[in-house]
Design a protein around this ligand. Structure first.
Ligand code: SPD
Length: 371
């Protein structure tokens, strides 16, 4: 063998080795994009300690933000957490997810069968997602601020947000709405006694017409900021995800402030939407093995119980109940008893063609119209 040929072979081998090593090293990372405040303090650290896989973690506050990133493609994320309907369902149809390899997620066996069945509405055959956390959407309010302004306020009703004679009483202490029509429109339709899941131009028009004159009563529309403002007493009434409101209530209770707010949480008596956020892997995820390992870790009963205890959202792993604190397990807004469950409705199915754009346009106009 000539010296030249030998040198060439050696170089090729070296390059091959370097490429394999880089790939292996690369697999030691998982890029996660999740809702804010949706894991326990030590979840990511524990995962890295046990698996050697480093977690790069980003957060968002709205399905719309995640959707825009995923639909553009090459997000670089390995695990994402969309809400089952309508977002995850639509994204599956767009072909942006990779089927899960269940042999790499043995803990999926522990997921509640009924929850898996209800997920088939979004993910027929349960191919692409596994449930993470579940919650209704409702109201959180500052008990003293509301009582001072309206002693007999209908606190168990959507009237608090949508009845002009009621919500206008709270304008001065700060009322906020979630910044998504997929939550606000169904809530308004429920309040009006209509089918909350109707996605027709007529239903959208009805809801938006009722909302328009109320706009000046809402200090802002945002799906993240309301939590710190309600907890600090800067606002007094918020439309929010129940788990987030549970965190607000805990934060307010722990506050050292002399005038710390007393926060109450309500699932309105007229009915409320409940949704499941799922874990899924984008088709172009750079580290699919690490992604499977991460999902499997999150589904471990003790790990997901720690998360439920920390974030105030219910999970679907039955064996986790033994690790969940009695305070959380028995909280009727987190694990609702049968009478409350009976008034929850599942989230919106995918919208008919063209409707999404129409709804977004109506929402953008509402958001910017301050009157
Ligand atoms: N901080 C976590 C928020 C999770 C909210 N889930 C959204 C459900 C949408 N219907």
């Amino acid at each position: 063998m000539s010296v030249r040929l030998f040198a060439h072979m050696a170089l090729t081998l070296l390059l091959l080795f370097a490429a394999t090593a880089a790939r292996a090293d690369d697999e030691k990372v998982v890029n996660v994009y999740n809702w804010s405040d949706y894991v326990a303090k030590d979840t990511l650290e524990k995962f890295t300690r046990e698996t050697g896989i480093k977690v790069r973690y980003d957060t968002y506050g709205d399905n719309e933000i995640l959707d825009a990133k995923l639909m553009t493609g090459q997000s670089g994320y390995d695990v994402v957490f969309p809400s089952a309907t309508p977002f995850f369902a639509q994204q599956i149809k767009a072909g942006i997810y990779r089927p899960l390899d269940r042999s790499k997620i043995p803990n999926a066996k522990g997921v509640d069968g009924d929850v898996m069945t209800s997920l088939t509405r979004a993910d027929p055959g349960n191919l692409y997602g596994l449930p993470y956390m579940m919650s209704a959407t409702g109201l959180g309010y500052n008990v003293d601020a509301i009582n001072r302004r309206m002693p007999n306020a209908p606190v168990d009703s959507w009237r608090m947000l949508f009845d002009p004679a009621v919500v206008s009483r709270f304008k001065s202490c700060g009322v906020t709405l979630l910044d998504t029509p997929t939550e606000v429109v169904p809530a308004m339709l429920t309040f009006m006694g209509r089918d909350p899941l109707e996605q027709t131009p007529a239903a959208l028009d009805t809801a938006m017409h009722a909302l328009a004159p109320l706009r000046a009563n809402y200090r802002y529309l945002n799906s993240d900021k309301y939590r710190s403002d309600l907890a600090s007493g800067d606002t007094c009434l918020a439309h929010g995800y129940i788990g987030d409101l549970v965190q607000v209530r805990a934060r307010a209770r722990e506050s050292k402030a002399a005038n710390k707010p007393n926060i109450a949480i309500v699932i309105p008596k007229e009915g409320a939407m409940v949704n499941i956020d799922v874990m899924a892997i984008p088709a172009d995820a750079p580290h699919p093995d690490a992604a499977h390992a991460f999902i499997n870790f999150l589904l471990r009963p003790d790990i997901i119980a720690d998360i439920t205890n920390a974030v105030g959202y219910a999970n679907a792993v039955n064996a986790s109940l033994q690790y969940i604190s009695p305070e959380i397990k028995n909280d009727p807004v987190i694990y609702p008893p049968a009478d409350i469950k009976a008034r929850l409705f599942s989230a919106l199915p995918p919208a008919p063609p063209g409707f999404d754009r129409q709804r977004t346009r109506a929402w953008t106009k509402f958001r910017t119209d301050r009157q």
